[in-house]
Design a protein. Structure first.
Length: 419
């Protein structure tokens, strides 16, 4: 029955693997066909897009040429109009000069006639002479007015022609630039739209590749990491069961591991290092026991019994002499007894080894934080009074504040000391 279940489970796993392989095959084939279709569409549309771009470029060139020809036409037309207006002004000035010549001729004839008549009729024609002089003045004034009017008309016509030529030149120069900028803007818009379409066309295969990578990653995660805890637990149960049911295998594996470790030079090196570390620890402990502090503690233990016996004997003697004094000296005896007790307590405190050890450890602390051990020697004063952290904080201060906390001398250099 177990074999049947095992076969059924194996067939189910095989069917699941076949379904997964079919899905992967379908996804890969569909992705490949999509990429191939997109590439064919891109290659198929590439000639039409190229022809369209070339057509737009040719149209732009034709428009620029037409604008230049139109500008030259307007420039030529303006120049011809200006020349015609100038010739017209010259003709009007020639007509004015012709009229002026006729007027001078008429004046010469009239003056000659008047002189003849005046010479013959000078005596009897005073009124006639006056009338003729008035006519001459009127004619002269009209001539001057006509001449001034002609000059003003010539100036106005010339300024009008100059303004017309300037406007024609402005249209000729600025018009092509405006048209070229319009064409450039249209060409850039067309090019940007084509670039966006091409980017969208190229992004689709990339998106398909990213989707394929995400699907493969998800499949691997589902296959490898979903049942990871179950696989680890099953492996642990199998290993423990094998070791329990077959202890000979355990001893065999242990012997093989030991033999393999013995063949490794690094294992022997590790053993030697551990032995050296053990010897170093023993030597350190021996040096600590043979240090000055422990010697003082041992000396105090050896000399402590005799000193205590001497103090007790001295105390008994003092108490005996105090009881032999009269009753009137009671307060002085009690004061002496109190003073002796204080002296004994002071001596005991001075010779207390734990107090000496505590004082020695306190002398090793930093004078600023009173927490870390002194490890920094200050130069040039050579005071060992700071730890590393307090030294770094002190060196971060201004240069005029970097002073030794004991002698207030400026710190020029520091030296790390390992005790």
């Amino acid at each position: 029955m177990d074999l049947v279940f095992l076969v059924i489970n194996g067939m189910g796993i095989v069917l699941d693997l076949l379904v997964i392989l079919l899905d992967i095959n379908f996804f890969l084939v569909s992705s490949f066909l999509s990429i191939l279709i997109w590439l064919l569409a891109f290659v198929y549309n590439l000639p039409s897009a190229t022809v369209a771009c070339l057509g737009q470029f040719w149209n732009g060139i034709l428009v620029v040429v037409l604008c230049i020809l139109e500008a030259l036409y307007y420039l030529t037309l303006g120049s011809v109009h200006a020349v015609l207006n100038l010739l017209r002004g010259l003709c009007s000035s020639m007509e004015s000069l012709k009229v002026l010549g006729h007027l001078f001729t008429h004046l010469g004839l009239r003056s000659k006639e008047i002189m003849h008549r005046g010479f013959w009729n000078l005596i009897g024609s005073g009124q006639t002479l006056l009338r003729q002089m008035c006519e001459v003045c009127a004619i002269a004034m009209s001539l001057v007015a006509y001449f001034i009017n002609s000059i003003i008309n010539i100036c106005l016509i010339g300024t009008q022609n100059l303004f017309a030529v300037g406007l024609a030149l402005w249209d000729t120069i600025v018009g092509p630039f405006l048209r070229i900028t319009d064409l450039l803007v249209a060409f850039l818009a067309r090019l940007s739209s084509s670039a966006i379409a091409t980017a969208i066309l190229l992004w689709t295969p990339c998106q398909l590749a990213v989707d394929l990578l995400a699907s493969v990653s998800k499949l691997l995660i589902n296959v490898l990491f979903v049942n990871l805890y179950g696989m680890v637990l099953l492996s642990a149960i199998l290993v423990i069961s094998i070791f329990i049911l077959n202890p000979q295998l355990t001893w065999t594996l242990a012997n093989q591991v030991a033999d393999y470790l013995n063949t490794m030079p690094s294992y022997h090196r590790l053993l030697r290092d551990m032995q050296r570390l053990y010897h170093i620890m023993l030597l350190s402990l021996e040096m600590l026991l043979s240090s000055h502090t422990w010697r003082r503690l041992a000396d105090w233990e050896r000399a402590g019994g005799a000193a205590v016996a001497q103090r007790l004997t001295r105390m008994d003697n003092d108490l005996g002499t105090a009881t032999q004094q009269p009753q009137g000296e009671g307060p002085s005896a009690s004061q002496a007894k109190t003073a002796k007790k204080e002296q004994l307590n002071a001596l005991d405190e001075d010779n207390d080894p734990w107090r000496l050890l505590k004082e020695q450890e306190d002398r090793k602390k930093c004078v600023i934080c009173q927490d870390q051990t002194k490890t920094v020697l200050l130069l040039p004063c050579r005071h060992l009074c700071l730890c590393q952290e307090c030294t770094e904080i002190l060196l971060q201060q201004a240069i005029y504040q970097r002073n030794c906390p004991l002698c207030r001398q400026m710190i020029l250099q520091t030296l790390n000391v390992y005790l």
